[in-house]
Design a protein around this ligand. Structure first.
Ligand code: IMP
Ligand code: MG
Length: 181
């Protein structure tokens, strides 16, 4: 595992994003929708960095994919998504990778008639984008490496790490016990 982004850098970037959002949404009440589970750490830090009246809602998205990469069907559970009609909504996720997850979630929330809808992510793997949208706000652009920590997992582990680290191909193989091909 190789450390990529230190806790202090994350804290500064999240606080900067919080100030930017507070300024952009000044005078309005924001509904921040976190995507479970990866966004929970960012969500907790970001809402505390925003000097704004706001509401918090959650949505769950699980993609049927291997532990690591290929996008597949996306299952969306919006039971925890409160009323968004007529509200200013900001969708928050851990990472914009291929972009399919955010693209689908934004499309779904848009059908519920928010008065505005934007997205914010901690990490953006710009080179992997497979959709026509980009995140409206991001903290860091990263290269095409698999990362864990600060909410991001590998097989549901490592989300609690206070830093972002990249996992090498060999780490992934030894963790799954599979032989490389
Ligand atoms: P997308 O639909 O390809 O943009 O992928 C978004 C989801 O894939 C994220 O919410 C993560 O759960 C997962 N993901 C993509 N890249 C990584 C990574 O490097 N580490 C951990 N999870 C990732
Ligand atoms: Mg996720």
């Amino acid at each position: 595992m190789k450390p990529l982004i230190q806790p202090e850098e994350i804290r500064e970037a999240v606080e900067r994003l919080g100030r930017q959002l507070a300024s952009d949404y000044s005078g309005r009440t924001l509904t921040v929708v976190g995507v479970l589970t990866g966004s929970v750490i960012l969500l907790a830090d970001l809402v505390r960095a925003m000097d704004l009246p706001l509401r918090i809602a959650l949505i769950r998205a699980s993609s049927y994919r291997g532990a690591v990469t290929r996008p597949g069907e996306l299952a969306v559970d919006d039971d925890l998504l409160s009323e968004v009609a007529g509200r200013d909504v900001l969708l928050v996720d851990d990472i914009f990778d291929t972009g399919h997850t955010l693209d689908r979630l934004l499309e779904m929330i848009r059908t519920k008639s928010p008065s505005s809808l934007k997205s914010a992510v901690l990490l953006w793997k710009q080179d992997r984008c497979e959709v026509s949208i980009a995140p409206d706000y991001h903290c860091f652009k990263i290269p095409d490496v698999f990362v864990v920590g600060y909410g991001l997992d590998y097989n549901d582990e490592y989300r609690h790490l206070p830093y972002i680290a990249s996992l090498e191909e060999s780490d992934l193989e030894s963790l799954t016990g599979e032989a490389g091909s």
